[in-house]
Design a protein around this ligand. Structure first.
Ligand code: SF4
Length: 305
């Protein structure tokens, strides 16, 4: 499978830029989330289960220990020797600025870490946070701000108890881009009440404001969530495999070539995943996306001939 022939993947973009592989190593820095601690809301987003970030429920190991453990796995699998510390779990800008600096600095002390990718909510990136990330960028490090938008539709965001709307995303995205900071936008396909056209509308709104990267995944129904209750009561119908692949392909086709796809699908642990079960087969999804894009390119070539 040669997905980079049809999609500007993160792996290929890093290879072009650095001449070698650069992988993200995920970190759980024991943050919480304003949509869980009561400052924005309680209970969190309807699809979110804390355990997906921290399956054993224990306090996570140190940043360096996590980087070392992740590196051992990636090195064996791909041979990559340079990494971005990917602060992924919860809201990784939800702390005092000096605390954030200390955490990010810890990750950057690792000799093989060449940058940061920081995942957060659109309503948790005040200017000092953006300025801090720019400081790292200005030191020549690879820095990405990853904003979880999920949908650009306020009705959908309210329905999943997201605790922020499109306006907060648009404001944070504009401030990040004014500073020239790399921005990656997360979108979920299959949000309650949404169809393919809604995902394409979300993409169009994101592109209008501007982004440098996109991360897609299908909505997972995982244990212990409000969404799981809705699914059991027949109030939420999970996405079919073909619908996801069709939507992801259409989104890729409508994305300008310079925008980097950090991810085209996502998996949840088998212990937690309730539906759709095909979500655990990452390679089947990626192969199907590749095959559709390959077929579309053949059709285009034949049409042009
Ligand atoms: S998905 Fe993110 S924003 Fe929503 S509750 Fe979970 S950690 Fe918070």
């Amino acid at each position: 499978m040669q997905l980079p022939n049809y999609v500007n993947t993160f792996g290929a973009a890093m290879q072009r830029k650095y001449g070698h592989k650069v992988h993200k190593l995920t970190i759980n820095a024991d943050f919480t989330c304003p949509n869980r601690d009561g400052s924005k809301g309680l209970g969190g987003c309807s699809f979110c289960n804390n355990a997906t970030f921290n399956p054993n429920g224990r306090r996570p190991p140190s940043v360096i220990e996590q980087l070392e453990a992740g590196k051992r796995v990636i090195l064996k699998r791909t041979g990559a020797r340079h990494y971005l510390a990917y602060f992924q779990a919860y809201t990784n800008t939800y702390a005092a600025i000096e605390q954030l600096r200390a955490l990010y600095d810890q990750a950057l002390e690792h000799p093989d870490v060449v940058g940061l990718s920081v995942g957060t909510r659109p309503d948790c990136v005040p200017d000092p946070v953006l300025d801090l990330l720019c400081e790292y960028r200005d030191r020549g490090l690879e820095v990405w701000l990853e904003l979880g938008l999920q949908s650009a539709n306020d009705h959908t965001l309210a329905q999943v108890n997201r605790g922020h709307g499109w306006a907060e995303y648009a404001d944070s995205a504009r401030r990040a881009r004014q500073r020239g900071l790399n921005l990656c936008t997360h979108l979920i396909v299959g949000m309650p009440g949404e169809r393919r056209r809604d995902s394409l509308q979300s993409l169009a709104r994101v592109l209008e404001v501007g982004t440098d990267g996109l991360k897609l995944h299908p909505l997972h129904v995982v244990k212990g969530t409000q969404l799981a209750r809705q699914w059991r009561q027949g109030e939420y119908q999970p996405l079919a495999f073909d619908d996801y692949v069709d939507t992801a392909v259409a989104m890729v086709q409508q994305t300008p070539a310079g925008i980097i796809y950090h991810r085209l699908t996502g998996t949840a642990s088998k212990d937690l995943l309730l539906a759709p079960l095909w979500c655990s087969q990452k390679w089947a999804v990626l192969n199907a996306i590749h095959d559709r894009l390959h077929y579309a390119s053949i059709c285009r070539a034949q049409g042009a001939a």
